[in-house]
Design a binder for this molecule. Structure first.
Ligand SMILES: *[C@@H]1O[C@H](CO)[C@@H](O)[C@H](O)[C@H]1NC(C)=O
Ligand SMILES: *[C@@H]1O[C@H](CO)[C@@H](O)[C@H](O)[C@H]1NC(C)=O
Ligand SMILES: *[C@@H]1O[C@H](CO)[C@@H](O)[C@H](O)[C@H]1NC(C)=O
Ligand SMILES: *[C@@H]1O[C@H](CO)[C@@H](O)[C@H](O)[C@H]1NC(C)=O
Length: 338
């Protein structure tokens, strides 16, 4: 049935349908640049239906397609959906890699480090009371939509959790982490200067950059500061109780970014109509461009230390290692074959 559809699509456009093995998803042009230049992805395909206002980048002999979605959850989901319905492509066998930069919790990792995400928690659909107007004994004004107080009991039901949590495929994520865990990531003098400030409270922040695994909170807000970082840690634990899913362990807030949950949601919707393998075929790699809170004693400011280029480099180094393996089919473990 599917092959009939490809033929129809091909007939309608007069072009053969392209069958990417891997789709690399980025949110803004600096995240795409290294893939284009260094994988390389030299062919450009127009993509006016996406929100990124960038051409798709393609390498037919590798079978790798890369896109810029535009920042924010709405741009990410609408762009992935537009690609999913684009008759030029058959995406039913593709593995997807979201590779971008993010804020890192200094209790989890450090700038220049990367993490393969295990679970994605939505932090955008919430109830909110301003801290000046909420009850005095509350720790935060950010409340789960199905409750009337922060982290309100009872614990989220499986249905509620399904709406706010995306579980990535443990075998695929662990395989990607295994492949990259001994990678040496660039360590800059500027990283060392910044991370020294986090001593002695934040041990993970003080380590050199490395490849980790963790959980992500997605919001459309560039938030920063210890209060909101405390919320993100508690929110992750609330939604990901120990033993609550295939990953088993209680949630550990690692990174903060915008597009991840939305991309997973779009892939699942495309899966329901037979156009992708859904979130099961998604890898999310985030590279830390900044900490989500300043070091102890330092004032909170919207203008934080930010290492965009270095983080894009780290995301490419770890991500491209995995993409090269994914396209060299024989080196993929048998049970990850589609
Ligand atoms: C595709 O990748 C191969 C191997 O890296 C490279 O030699 C070739 O030039 C690339 N082609 C395009 C169109 O980017
Ligand atoms: C989302 O996409 C629109 C349309 O391309 C663009 O104007 C807007 O700046 C994007 N939003 C963000 C946050 O990048
Ligand atoms: C990852 O590595 C661990 C330890 O070497 C191994 O037990 C596990 O099977 C590997 N997982 C995958 C999916 O490759
Ligand atoms: C997070 O949880 C801890 C431990 O229960 C609590 O002390 C803290 O006030 C909470 N912070 C926020 C912002 O919710």
């Amino acid at each position: 049935m599917l092959s009939t559809l490809w033929l129809l699509a091909a007939a309608a456009t007069g072009h053969p349908v392209l069958v990417p093995r891997v789709v690399v998803v980025t949110a803004f042009p600096p995240e795409l640049a290294r893939w284009q230049i260094r994988l390389p992805l030299n062919d450009e395909l127009p993509f006016p239906g996406g929100a990124g206002q960038q051409n798709l980048a393609w390498n037919g002999s590798l079978g790798v397609l890369a896109m810029v979605t535009g920042m924010s959850s709405k741009n990410a989901s609408l762009s992935v959906t537009a690609l999913g319905y684009d008759p030029r492509f058959d995406l039913t066998t593709a593995t997807w890699l979201l590779a971008g930069i993010a804020g890192v919790d200094p209790m989890f990792g450090t700038v220049g480090g990367v993490a393969w995400m295990q679970r994605l928690v939505d932090g955008t659909v919430v109830k909110y009371l301003d801290s000046r107007e909420m009850p005095q004994d509350w720790e935060t004004g950010w409340i789960p939509v199905h409750r009337d107080r922060p982290y309100g009991l009872p614990q989220p039901t499986p249905t509620e959790r399904a709406g706010s949590v995306k579980l990535l495929n443990p075998r695929l994520v662990q395989w990607a982490h295994n492949l990259t865990q001994s990678l040496e990531l660039p360590d800059l003098e500027a990283f060392r200067r910044l991370r020294r400030n986090y001593a002695p409270t934040f041990l993970p922040a003080m380590q050199p950059p490395s490849v980790q695994m963790g959980d992500l909170v997605a919001t459309d807000v560039f938030w920063t500061g210890p209060a909101q970082a405390g919320w993100a840690r508690n929110w992750t634990k609330y939604w990901l109780p120990a033993g609550g899913d295939v990953w088993g362990q209680q949630g550990v807030f690692a990174m903060s970014a915008m597009e991840d949950f939305a991309v997973a949601e779009a892939l699942d919707a495309l899966h329901r109509v037979g156009r992708t393998r859904g979130v099961d075929a998604l890898l999310v790699l985030r590279a830390a461009s900044n900490f989500v809170q300043p070091w102890p004693g330092h004032h909170v400011s919207a203008d934080m230390d930010f290492f965009e280029e270095a983080a894009c480099e780290a995301a490419f180094l770890a991500g491209s290692e995995v993409v090269r393996r994914l396209v060299a089919r024989s080196s993929k473990p048998a049970d990850l074959e589609v």
